[in-house]
Design a protein around this ligand. Sequence first.
Ligand SMILES: O=C([C@H](O)CO)[C@H](O)[C@H](O)COP(=O)(O)O
Length: 209
Amino acid sequence: MTKLQVAIDLLNTKDALALAEKVAPYVDIIELGTPLIKSEGVSVIRAMKDAFPDKQVFADFKTADTGELEAGLAFDAGADFVTILGSVDDATIKGAVKAANERNKGVVVDTIGVKDRVQRAKEVSAFGVKFVELHAGLDEQALDGYSVQVLIDEAKSAGVPVSIAGGVNKDTIKAVKESGAVVAVAGGAIYGAEDPAAAAKELRDILNA
Ligand SMILES: O=C([C@H](O)CO)[C@H](O)[C@H](O)COP(=O)(O)O
């Protein structure tokens, strides 16, 4: 079963908690987006985990160095998952996995900016990461000709657990599910909707169908 992850790319804790309250019944994982964490600090992680102890909280740190240290900061603040950039030195990812293993938490490698996402996914999976995020960031999505289909095709050939992030919405999530991705990440399709709860429910219903 493909899990549903809401990516909260809002800028303050109050708005993030309010959105989470609306969509929590329909999602498995609550992601605190990188801009949100940069704006509010790790306190937003604690606030979210305290408010939703039964949900998995995902801290989108996109760490580039000091993997063990930064992953420990996220986990000790209440995160269940933290992201490390796939483009960085293997040692950074291995350090984060060490921090995760010591706490029974998980590292997710974010392939944003990585040229060969499938190859890197295979490499880093050997380090013990929970899954690899095949990700086209918001800037890449804005480029002419972008389609989430490229990530869907990569997921089919990855052969390791992956999530897909980068414009997942009601029109594409069925194909995301059929690609074998373990997690479908939806940000703008939920927080940008007029009715975020209805949008999250629609995505959930498609995944459950
Ligand atoms: O990780 C993300 C991005 O880098 C900004 O933090 C997004 O949360 C991710 O791309 C999912 O959002 P959508 O593409 O809007 O679904």
